[in-house]
Design a protein around this ligand. Structure first.
Ligand SMILES: Cc1cc2nc3c(=O)[nH]c(=O)nc-3n(C[C@H](O)[C@H](O)[C@H](O)COP(=O)(O)O)c2cc1C
Length: 182
């Protein structure tokens, strides 16, 4: 069993989550490697795939979607899990009383559920450094909006124990499934 943890990131927070998932899977006996989606041409060598992306403006990063669509046939024949690195802050419930991790589920997950039939999906809290140079004109613009300061709290809110626990559940599930093609 060899697991690919593929990810799309703008500022590195999602890359960190992907590396942690890969390390936790490997430690649990399921060898895994984290790689950016742009570097992956072929998923043939992998038996299972965890695919993650950061959420920006309610959408999963495009390279993660492009990867999912491009490899949909191979992905559909493998165990797949999805994750999104999204909300900022520590509040589990927003001002409207909604569960933050549910409310920030990327819109693309509905399409991916139909396309890939993932075994699981998870939204994790992300990280944001307002001093890092913005990527793209849209991000530059949003950051200068007065509401951005409240909407985008600065800090690293990644919940490592939630990430480890999720990876442990994947490892346990893979431990009970047959390798691909058998
Ligand atoms: C301009 C901007 C827009 C964002 N929009 C969203 C959003 O719509 N939903 C969400 O959950 N998180 C949003 N975030 C938070 C990011 O998803 C979070 O910072 C993420 O961990 C960044 O991952 P990355 O460093 O891998 O790019 C936004 C962040 C910025 C800077």
């Amino acid at each position: 069993m060899r697991v690919l943890v593929a990810y799309a990131t703008r500022h590195g927070a999602t890359a960190g989550i992907a590396s942690r998932v890969a390390a936790a899977l490997t430690a649990a006996g399921q060898p895994a490697e984290a790689r950016p989606v742009a570097d992956i041409k072929d998923i043939g060598p992998y038996d299972a795939v965890v695919l993650g992306g950061a959420a920006y403006m309610f959408h999963w990063l495009k390279p993660a979607m492009t990867f999912a669509r491009r490899h949909r046939e191979e992905l559909a024949t493998r165990p797949v899990w999805l994750f999104s690195s999204g909300p900022l802050g520590t509040d589990l419930v927003d001002k409207d009383g909604k569960n933050v991790l549910e409310a920030t589920r990327p819109k693309e997950f509905d399409e991916l559920t139909k396309l890939l039939h993932p075994r699981g999906e998870q939204v994790f809290f992300g990280a944001y450094d307002p001093d890092a140079p913005p990527v793209g004109a849209g991000e530059r613009l949003v950051r200068h909006m007065p509401a951005a300061r409240t909407a985008l709290p600065a800090g690293d809110f990644r919940d490592w124990s939630a990430i480890d626990a999720w990876a442990a559940r994947i490892a346990a599930e893979l431990g009970t499934s047959e390798p691909c093609g058998q």
